[in-house]
Design a protein around this ligand. Sequence first.
Ligand SMILES: N[C@@H](CCC[C@H](N)C(=O)O)C(=O)O
Length: 297
Amino acid sequence: MSTRIAFLKGHGTENDFVIVPDPENAIDLPPAAVAALCDRRAGIGGDGLLHVVRSAAHPEAKDMAAEAEWFMDYRNGDGSVAEMCGNGVRVFARYLQRAGHATEGDLAIATRGGVKTVHIAKAVSDNGSAAGDITVGMGRALLPEGDVEVSVGERDWPARNVNMGNPHAVAFVADLADAGDLYSPPPFRPATAYPDGVNVEFVVDRGPRQVAMRVHERGSGETRSCGTGACAVAVATARRDGADPAVTGTPATYTVDVPGGTLVITERPDGEIEMTGPAVIVAEGEIDAGWLEGVIA
Ligand SMILES: N[C@@H](CCC[C@H](N)C(=O)O)C(=O)O
């Protein structure tokens, strides 16, 4: 291992990530290393980590290499692996643009949830950091049948089970404060509903086709935003509102306010979902490889 490892820090609606460029997949990043890097006191700090690898160099992505040159090897802040990260994939695209691996326009990115197409809008500044929005084709939502409930303390709510590549439980509440401090994962029922854990969104109405949410993310805790969560919320809200695009034949667009900003989600009649929001790189530096080796020893 070299003595210095490059990293960047970025966020999308304040869902923040440590970015580790590693085109040839040469850096060992076991869960303990990821958790140490994402630690906000003893590490760099982040809700998750974006390991930037060429698809051809990663065993989980080489089958996607013909379609997408780059693989988003996403990890949660506790070091666990997740299928997809909606804010992460926009930040990943912003990094590729900044590094000269991508330009404005369309770009395919491999993820564990399949190949996603992102559209990088024209930059509003030319330094690559304060740039325009990025739109991601998030694919289709799956809505597994069966009642689900989530609880906080003594209170519980029915929740909609929505899979955006990763699992979500969406609960409509009267007040976002009802979710409490969200220091620990909200329990869910039935226990068999989410064998690999779940991301839980608490949602209130804000106006016509506008909602606000808080989220407890599997593997990260409460975060300031979750892109796949915002898509799950838009889909659950459209079904609740009788605005299922497959039934009405018209796209449904929802504005989803998160603590860290705003995401705009459109579901088309064919079920395809697009999410638009910001993606910002805020810093660049070097990790001390000796420290990282010590952490995982
Ligand atoms: N913040 C992400 C979701 C990250 C993965 C999630 N915690 C999981 O384990 O499924 C997003 O923006 O989608």
